[in-house]
Design a protein around this ligand. Structure first.
Ligand code: KIV
Length: 272
């Protein structure tokens, strides 16, 4: 099969591991609503992430910490209705899984029951492995997330590149192996040096999906609103913008305003 072919097959965690085995890159994007998720799925995306970045791009919060489990469930249920092929992964929000594995299990069960989505994602390594074990024991697939972990922004104080120093790089490798051994089906690596990310991807059997982690990993993820240029403020080095929707949409809205004010809209064909 060519790496450019969009397969009609439904994407499962098993399909993702097969993709890694045959060297086919995994394409993942975020979505938070029905309409956008439908576009992604019809375009052939492999994984849709209902990210807690919804807190920033949908709700306008400064960090991801404020979004609640109920709000994530609302977004995820909307996305699930639109998707028939991609695997839909839902972020467990801050406060719904750390420090209490039973609460983590209840949060993950609510997501699976109330949204219909296929997997959950959570941030952290050693510190959250008990929660991961418990969620996995209920048969719920878990995606890990290491490197820059936005839910821990107040601990680190900055969104800068992680694991540049040897000690942190070693912990990152150890955490990645721990997540694999715990049974995670994939792991996201955010904002880490490309050489280290490649080393981790080569050391793991499960797919490693990067964001700001270079090209040596098994797949890539971006926030949809960033790659479409709906957000103008956020422009890290790793981001490739495929559109400038902010400018295009502003232009369309301005034209509409003009048309209304000038009485050009609606015309005779646009009325009953
Ligand atoms: O919430 C999110 O959008 C994410 C991606 C940046 C990986 O976790």
């Amino acid at each position: 099969m060519s790496t450019n072919t969009i397969s009609a097959k439904v994407v499962t965690t098993h399909v993702l591991s097969e993709m890694k085995l045959r060297g086919e890159k995994i394409a993942m994007l975020t979505a938070y609503d029905y309409s956008m998720a439908r576009i992604l799925d019809m375009a052939g995306i492999d994984v849709v992430l209902v990210g807690d970045s919804a807190s920033n791009v949908m709700a306008g919060n400064e960090t991801t910490l404020s979004i609640t489990l109920d709000q994530m469930i609302y977004h995820a249920a909307s996305v699930h209705k639109a998707v028939s092929r991609a695997l839909v992964v839902v972020d467990l929000p801050f406060g719904s899984y750390q420090g209490n594995s039973l609460e983590a299990l209840h949060s993950a069960i609510r997501i699976m029951k109330e949204t219909g989505c296929g997997a959950v994602k959570l941030e952290g390594g050693q510190e959250v492995v008990e929660s991961i074990d418990r969620i996995l024991s209920a048969g719920i697939p878990v995606m890990g997330h290491l490197g820059l972990m936005p839910q821990s922004i107040h601990k680190f104080g900055t969104y800068t590149v992680r694991a540049r120093e040897q000690e942190e790089a070693q912990k990152l490798m150890a955490d990645a192996k721990l997540l694999e051994n715990a049974g995670c089906f994939a792991v996201v690596l955010e904002k880490v040096p490309a050489a280290l990310a490649q080393k981790i991807a080569e050391a793991l059997k499960i797919p490693v999906i990067g964001i700001g982690a270079g090209n040596g990993v098994d797949g890539q993820v971006l926030v949809l609103h960033d790659m479409l240029g709906i957000n103008q403020e956020f422009s890290p080095r790793f981001l490739r913008r495929y559109h400038n929707l902010f400018a295009e949409m502003t232009g369309s809205v301005k034209t509409y305003i003009q048309d209304v004010k000038s009485r050009d809209f609606p015309n005779e064909r646009e009325q009953y």
